[in-house]
Design a protein around this ligand. Sequence first.
Ligand code: ADP
Ligand code: MG
Length: 471
Amino acid sequence: MDWRPTIGLEIHAELSTRTKMFCDSRNDPRESKPNVNICPVCMAHPGTLPVINADAVGHVVRLGHAVGGTTADYTEFDRKNYFYPDIPKGYQISQYVYPLISGGTLSGVAITRVHLEEDTARSIHDGGDGTLIDFNRAGVPLMELVTEPVIHDAVTAGNFARELQLLLRYLGASEANMEEGQMRIEANISVSRDATFGTKVEVKNINSFRAVERAIEYEVKRQIAAYESGDVVMQETRGWDDAKGETFSQRKKESSHDYRYFPDPDLPKLTLSQHPQFEADVLRKSMPELPWERRARYTSLGLKAEDADMFVRDTRFGTFFDRSCSEDGGLALLSANYLASDVAGALQAGVASEEWLFDENNAKRFGTLMSLTKSKKVSSRGAKDILGKMFSDTREPHEIAQSEGLYQQSDEGALEEVARAVIDAQPVVVADYMAGKDAALQFLVGQGMKASKGAADPGVLREVLVRLLAR
Ligand code: ADP
Ligand code: MG
């Protein structure tokens, strides 16, 4: 048997709540002034007591519901004991035996559990003698999701993490920006050549989705090379160096008994069924459309997979798209094409602004333009010109078409006039065509398009010419 990689992910996300996990201090990831969002509780002053933040519990329970996990009825918080300056109490409040959520799947990957804990303070190694500590982050609600060791390649791991980020954002549970540390991924990686698992290595400091994939690919190669040269793979924690594209040894891994977990006596046990806001029915009603549901809706409208995915990931486009064809589903494909190419291109080039996309009225105008295009009242060339004007003015598409002469002429009577004028003006080319030179027809159509300043429907014009010049 060939070497087979096995991967399990542990992903942390800072939750979007007004206050911290166990106290009234503000949870503000944007606060840049150190140590302002702190209080005696999150600074671990003696005699203070924690209070559970119900909004944080709600975020995790809703996420559990979305992934089809089982919400614990009985749950409790435990103390995870370790000594480090970023953890003022000397322990972190976490969940050990009774996580909020067990099971569920996302992107085809089985989830082991999702639990709630508190974040640590931020250590700032300023390059001087010491380390500075900012406690604004200490006690911020942190969700931890653990997957089963069922992933066998880097891309599946990356895609799972991307989908989780989307889900967190759709639920409003977290902004989940990886660069800002709001979402942190650890990958457990092993390789083996038989049915048993190899020794796993945990890789930390992964700062992007691409880095998840690169770190896994690197580590799989490193472990295989180690085994093949007769070395052992040690169970350890390794860091990821993005610039070098390598993992490096950090420390030998602690095991859970080192943490002396025990139930936190300062916090009440939670029986979720006693709290109506966590009932399945209430949750179901509060659920937004989920990323995979939206993707399925778009693909069932016939959108290309890549367009559907773009609209799901970038809700600026998704919302604009939904608004543009809410009244006529028949416009979906055309809207998606123009949106993914022309509007996206204009945004990229700075011709259209983000505010333009957010404005509901622009989506409606865009929908009107699509229906003019679909009914061939304007040509695809004309539609692009009208759209270009719509980015900078507020006129309705038909006003622009009118004043710029961009209505497409498909009326045979009107086009017959155009065709006759071309025939009169081009006797030599007409003679060529009559003599059997088919290419001459294209030239005549081109002349007619020019004469009508692009307004003629080229298909109809061609038919009229063929009719008038019947050979
Ligand atoms: P620990 O007790 O060391 O924290 P866990 O059993 O809690 O280990 O698993 C932590 C993570 O490691 C999970 O995501 C799990 O899927 C993953 N994992 C467990 N064993 C392996 C393995 N042999 N190879 C890769 N990942 C693994
Ligand atoms: Mg563990």
